[in-house]
Design a protein around this ligand. Sequence first.
Ligand code: SAH
Length: 335
Amino acid sequence: MSGNTPEESTQLQMMRLLWPSVIVVQAIHAAADLQLAELLANRPMTVDELARATGADPASLVRLLRALTSVGVFAEEPAGCFGQTPLSDTLRRDAPQSMFAWARIWPDLFWDPCSELSHTVMTGEPAFESIYGQPFFAFLGDHPEAAAVFNAAMGSGPLVQPLVATYDFNQFAEIVDVGGGHGALLDAILMANPAPRCVLFDLPDVVDGAAALRRNEVAGRCTIVGGDFFQSVPPGADAYVLKSVIHDWNDDQAVKILANCRRAMDATGVLLVAETISNPAQQAAAAMMDLLLMVMTYGRKRTEAEYCRILQSAGFELARVIPTTGPSLLECRPV
Ligand code: SAH
């Protein structure tokens, strides 16, 4: 340690841990709600112009903008103007891989359960269920507005392209995406690969919203099926994909879903589980995600060894783990 650098007190380190990220999330959420990124898409604007366009209080709006510029979201330009940055541009609703829905999902869906984390630690019950009186996915079925926020976030952002760029999906004739949401992954697979036909499988209310797969470019190679993966999944495909699904469930439930995939395929089929794995390289991200899963659901993050165990119970072996810049791909084969 250099003699000139005063050591940061542990209290100051704790202070840094305690408050900034909370206020950053809310500031980004406020900016997304006011659609500031859309307004600044083509040219910088003064605070007064932005206040007029949004109906906001100019004196408060400028403080919001200055706070956001400090983390690279928008930039202050000469003459009291604010402009777009690469980060703020991701908040436009029509930006490629827009992060708008992610800016909403934290405050709208995850915030209250996270604030009851200690309830979950004391009881083992997801805080979500103690607050809303029903499991997360049942709640989404009864609350279309919340479902719209969740499904929009799942269908956007940076997690799909790394999978499509890394793995050869063109080797398959038919791919079923189990719990595929609104079909963002299948849409990307179909656009990048001429060979496969695809089946989107999710709860009936959810697949109703799969607008992307009803576009002319892909509709002819895609079937949309509503159902319950605890009952069965569409049979006979040569590949089954489960992305960000298994982590929502406890081991018994996860084995049930995997076993239903096993029953649906023949001995030459391939199962692809796309998940962030708990490992040293992704430790912090996986550990925090694990807490979120704990307050929202009975699910969890798992290590490779933990995946091996549940896969084995369902009649699969883990053939290889393929890292991507997004989730890892666990390529599994029937045994
Ligand atoms: N695979 C998508 C969505 C992951 S979220 C993605 O990675 O973006 C988990 C998905 O599981 C949701 O779309 C949810 O609707 C679906 N799901 C939850 N319970 C289900 C059930 N019983 N049967 C079928 N799908 C279900």
